[in-house]
Design a protein around this ligand. Sequence first.
Ligand SMILES: C[S@@+](CC[C@H](N)C(=O)[O-])C[C@H]1O[C@@H](n2cnc3c(N)ncnc32)[C@H](O)[C@@H]1O
Length: 310
Amino acid sequence: MPWWFFRRRSRPAASQTAPAIASGWLPGEVALPRLQGPRRYLQEQPYLLPKDLGEVNRLDFQHYALRAALRGNYLAPIVQPHRILDVGCGTGQWAFELAQQFPQAQVVGLDLEQVKAATSPPPNYRFVQGDILQGLPFDNDSFDFVHQRLLFLAIPLPAWPGVVQDLARVTAPGGWVELAETGTALEDWHPCGQATQEFCRLAAQLASLRGIDTDAVPRSLECYLEEAGLVNIHGQRFAVPLGEWGGRIGSLMALNVCEGWKAISAPLAARFGKPEQEVLALIEQAHREWNEFHTSCHFAVAYGQKPLTH
Ligand SMILES: C[S@@+](CC[C@H](N)C(=O)[O-])C[C@H]1O[C@@H](n2cnc3c(N)ncnc32)[C@H](O)[C@@H]1O
């Protein structure tokens, strides 16, 4: 059996349901796109960020900035993993690098949509389309390392424990699950000024309309791992500088965060009845404040191991 032939679980994917097809949803799509101004968003998904070329470029840029700031792609003490899964893989860049680092391993990236389909990924990488909110389409104990990064704008708070349990389910005994997130609480953007606080407040409110809690998630990662039955849990926080005061990484992260915030400026403006220019001006003001206050963006990373007797 080829290694990528993973059995699907019995629950039908959202794309196979009649109402979705009746509304123009193509089979094979797990989320219907919606255009808002020049940006393309996914409809019928809680995920707030756009899915378009601008976001592909930002995610790649963010990946390089985070890798430099965190001095690596992961923290878990993995040695020679044979099967690696990246959930919500985005552009796939993290998974491509793991595939290159561990050429003997089989690496799978799972996301709602494949981007960069035209580029040639490493030969030991495969993309699998799926929706973490519908359950992972893999058998129990399939992977030695399961990674999920920056889904805090995608997973409603009540779904988090079940999602992490599913990550643990597909992890082999002795294997590791790693989560990396940030949020919109004051602690996540510290120290910061008024404009940063105001933007975070609006973003958190927009997210909460979809059941997403951007304050709680980065502080709950260890708890989710523990509730999923994992052991040897370790959590760490990283402060990544924002702005030119923080040198090259600070400049890269400031650019990344500005683009990320602009990516939701239209939905924010529409939801709160503001002109989009006002939201864009708030972002510019926040950018200036990062240099004034020496603001850092704080990331929480946590990993845990599936017990051998699970
Ligand atoms: C902010 S991006 C992070 C991408 C990547 N993990 C990284 O760190 O570069 C979030 C990704 O999660 C994906 N996503 C959102 N909701 C999802 C879901 N329900 N199931 C699977 N992937 C999802 C999005 O399509 C997007 O690619």
